[in-house]
Design a protein around this ligand. Structure first.
Ligand code: DPP
Ligand code: ZN
Length: 873
């Protein structure tokens, strides 16, 4: 497979000024007529991409071209032209119903009831027609759709509506004009039987916009929360960034058949139903938050991604990291700043840190790829957002806003680069941010070590910060990065100390940000009366792994007193990590497990601790994060140690206190969606889980009752999971009931599959194999594959990493089958093999055999081959 390199970038040889597209839509056969106005930029032939499409006719300035007048090879159509400007016309045929890869134009749902839609990012447009399918070719689009009126009553494309009408034979047409030049990956159309909900919105700058959310009839009543979220997002972007929407209509469409979460096509966002539909009976609280966040994310792309797009796909994080950052800030404003930060950092640690520590590690801006679809990763998205957060922190709120204004202003209508972004932010603030560019090019998670020395005679406290980034896949030489370290010092009673650095005249604030921009830096604090407890990297001010040799009591001080909600939680996580070390290999013994359980038991009884924070504090790092603490990984032992530590916590809190808390929360049960009710549900779940470790029989009864009484999905699903963990047999009737109750509700059934896929232990594989035989299971639907195979392989370490390797062999088999249908989905599931090298020897051996065998096959897609080749190395 060929490798594409950032260093080889060259601007397009031909610009496409405008594009006129006409579609004669049909499920089996769709004809696409295109007319491109091309303008020469360099002395080269016209080269257009096209894959899996049948060329019926090609014209140059209206004249049909014969066979000898163009070259069509390896997905590229080449036409040599003398003029500097020309019109190239093409007529092609595509086959939507046969498109199981869901890239380009495809059918969602069944032949008789489903609808047609497109997905073009990153390189799907070339499956629709011949085009220079790269993000730096921006054009004005005029799109006409024609189809049978009965079968396709709704016809949508991006841009403003520009007329509709009837045709002969029961057909009709609709035209759309998009005045904003856009790259081909933002093109979209939808055609079929869809219902809608609508809202009339007026932007801050006075534009009337019709908002429409479209879905199939059976789910249209689950779109209201998405509409509310959309309105809140639009208002927030006006308020926070001064960004207004720029077309007369904004469409959002839900589909059950989608490879990604959602897609920001200009004026016509398309969503995986999972991130658009929400109702209390079938959605959990987490899912409500995801809907709000993803609706916001796609909407925010209208500026960060669409109005200013990416020059090439290496710059993907320019739009994704930035938009994740915007989305996270929005969610924090809508909900809770510290809880949002906890959620985001936990995700970074669970998804991005392992990625960055394994063979798939890559910089936020990769320097090469062979399949761009495999770079829609936690690194590009989540780490990318952390980089923007550091820049925003560096500039401060107003400075960052000024920088963003300049960026949007300078690059509106452009395909930009990361350098452009840093330059705009810097120029607007009279500063140079180019040192941060190194973060974009260097893979791996930096280790930040801090060392403290307290000098009682001089009342001085010296803190030495050092950084080191371990070698990562294909990148052995590492440089020092600018690492902003926000910090405070506390005395033993938990009071924050005013900070005066050596050489300063007076003490200032109790919080400072120190930037470590070389390998090492020491700072000295004066007038420190007794050895302080440092609160470092507050708010997680840089995406690094902090190593500081805290004594358990010191973490206890932070856990009780740190006013930074994030660092308070973080102290608990650090302490939990030490407590975990005390619980390894079957013993439960040590200062840390004592300190951790004591501190949490105290917080448990403290009415001033809010339910939501308490629920977070009662959740130690998960099995996947704890792997980082072991040199060699044995998932069964990791799980056993973690369970032992939770059992110690539960006994410390005590059965009476757990029961009493559960009953109080149970009495408050409702389906309400306000933050207080959500926090109560979350805490109730934690309490029940803890209770199940020390009072199994009673917990089983409570879980059964909770399942029966649950007013909504959050309580129902939590009860099911607890019941199944405590007593799988007792859970069987409840699973059967759930299965029957939600027959036909795809998103609820996904959760039914996912909960069972995550039940730990040796019996997991057998369970998965019988679930595969359920009528509702299919390899053709990406959500279903993720809910069963993805949940098992990625979120069930003890089940997937069986010592006998049976689950590896089973997954390899399925990957081949999925790959034949949908390469993107196969590649994503295959990333579950990412950590095989760090397994203990027996498991490592069997994983290696499976990965090597798969990687040697020649009949797999480029997507899957690329992942396997890198994982196998
Ligand atoms: N649809 C994906 C996202 O919004 C890719 N652009 O992140
Ligand atoms: Zn995005």
């Amino acid at each position: 497979t060929s490798v594409i390199r950032l260093a080889d970038y060259r601007p397009p040889a031909w610009a496409v000024e405008d594009v006129v597209l006409e579609f004669d839509l049909g499920i089996d056969h769709t004809e696409v007529t295109s007319r491109l106005t091309l303008v020469r930029q360099a002395d080269e032939p016209i080269r257009l991409n096209g894959e899996g499409i049948e060329l019926l006719e090609l014209t140059l300035d209206g004249r049909p071209l014969g066979d000898g007048e163009y070259i069509l090879a390896n997905g590229v159509l080449e036409v040599a032209v003398d003029a500097d400007r020309c019109t190239l016309g093409a007529r092609v045929a595509v086959r939507p119903a046969e498109n199981t890869a869901f890239e380009g134009l495809y059918l969602s749902g069944s032949r008789d009831r489903g609808f047609l839609l497109t997905q073009c990012e990153a390189e799907g447009f070339r499956h629709i027609t011949y085009f220079p399918d790269r993000p730096d070719v921006l054009s004005k689009y005029t799109v006409t759709l024609r189809a049978d009126r009965q079968r396709f009553p709704v016809l949508l494309a991006g841009g403003n509506p520009d007329g509709t009408g009837d045709l002969a034979d029961g057909r009709h047409w609709a035209r759309f004009v998009d005045p904003h030049p856009k790259p081909s990956y933002l093109f979209a159309l939808v055609a079929g039987r869809l219902e809608r909900i609508s809202h009339d919105y007026t932007t801050a700058d006075g534009r009337a916009v019709a908002l429409h959310i479209w879905a199939e009839a059976d789910v249209i009543d689950r779109c209201d929360y998405a509409m509310d979220s959309l309105i809140r997002s639009m208002q927030w972007d006006e308020r926070t960034y001064g960004r207004n929407y720029d077309l007369d209509v904004f469409h959002v469409v839900a589909t059950h058949d989608f490879n990604m979460g959602a897609m920001e096509n200009k004026g016509l966002n398309i969503f995986n139903a999972k991130y658009l539909l929400a109702d209390p009976d079938s959605s959990t609280d987490d899912e409500y938050r995801h809907v709000e966040a993803v609706v916001a994310h796609e909407y925010f792309h209208n500026w960060s991604g669409n109005r200013v797009t990416c020059r090439d796909w290496f710059q993907l994080s320019l739009k994704e990291g930035l938009t994740v950052f915007r989305e996270q800030s929005f969610s924090a404003d809508m909900n809770s700043v510290s809880l949002k930060r906890i959620e985001d950092v936990a995700l970074l640690r669970r998804a991005q840190f392992p990625e960055d520590a394994g063979p798939l590690s890559h910089p936020v801006r990769p320097s090469q790829y062979s399949e761009i679809n495999n770079f829609y990763t936690a690194t590009v998205y989540e780490k990318g957002s952390e980089l923007v957060r550091m820049l925003a922190g560096h500039l401060g709120r107003d400075g960052f806003r000024k920088g963003m204004d300049l960026y949007f202003d300078r690059h509106d209508g452009d395909a930009a680069t990361i350098e452009d972004f840093l330059k705009s932010l810097g120029d607007a603030n009279g500063t140079d941010l180019s040192a941060y560019l190194a973060w974009y090019g260097q893979a791996g998670t930096p280790r930040l070590t801090a060392e403290a020395r307290y000098d009682a005679t001089q009342s001085r406290y010296r803190l030495t910060l050092r950084q080191r980034t371990p070698a990562s896949a294909g990148q052995t030489v590492k440089h020092a990065l600018p690492i902003p370290v926000r910090l405070s010092l506390f005395d033993a009673s938990g009071k924050a100390l005013p900070l005066r650095l050596e050489g300063e005249a007076t003490a200032g604030a109790t919080e400072r940000t120190i930037v470590l921009d070389g390998a090492e830096r020491s700072i000295v604090f004066e007038d420190i009366a007794s050895a302080p407890v440092p609160s470092l990297l507050r708010g997680f001010s840089a995406p690094v792994i902090l190593e500081f040799d805290y004594a358990p009591e010191e973490l206890g001080v932070l856990l009780r007193h740190d006013p930074d909600g994030f660092n308070r939680w973080e102290a608990g996580q650090q302490l939990a990590g030490l407590a975990y070390d005390d619980c390894r290999d079957g013993k439960v013994d040590g200062a840390a497990i004592g300190a951790w359980t004591r501190a949490l038991a105290q917080l448990f009884g403290d009415p001033s601790v809010e339910d939501a924070l308490l629920a977070e504090l009662l959740t130690p790092p998960g099995e996947i994060e704890l792997v980082e603490r072991q040199p060699e990984r044995d998932p069964d032992r990791i799980r056993a140690s973690r369970q032992a530590m939770l059992r110690a916590l539960a006994s410390r809190i005590g059965v009476p206190a757990l029961r009493a808390r559960y009953e109080a929360l149970r009495a408050a049960t409702s389906a309400a969606l306000d933050a207080t009710s959500q926090a109560q549900r979350q805490l109730k779940r934690r309490v029940l889980d803890l209770l199940s470790l020390v009072d199994e029989a009673h917990a089983r009864e409570l879980a059964r009752a909770q399942y029966d009484e649950a007013p909504g999905m959050t309580d129902r699903l939590a009860a099911l999971a607890t019941l199944a963990t405590v007593d799988p047999d007792a859970a069987t009737p409840a699973f059967a009931h759930f299965r029957h109750r939600y027959e036909g509700n795809a998103l609820a059934l996904d959760k039914w599959f996912a909960v069972q896929a995550q039940l730990p232990g040796e019996t997991a594989l057998g369970r998965i194999q019988s679930l595969e035989r359920d009528d509702a299971f299919t390899l053709k639907n990406p959500n279903r594959v993720q809910s069963l195979l993805g949940s098992f392989a990625r979120a069930n370490p003890s089940g997937f990493h069986r010592a006998d390797g049976a689950a590896y062999r089973w997954l390899a088999d399925r990957l081949v089958a999925i790959d034949a249908l949908n390469p993107q989905v196969a590649a994503r599931v295959a990333t579950a093999f990412n950590g095989w090298k760090r397994l203990e020897p027996v498991r490592r051996e069997s994983a290696h055999a499976v990965v090597a065998e798969l990687a040697s096959r020649k009949d797999l897609s480029r997507d899957l081959t690329d992942i396997l080749a890198r994982v196998a190395l």
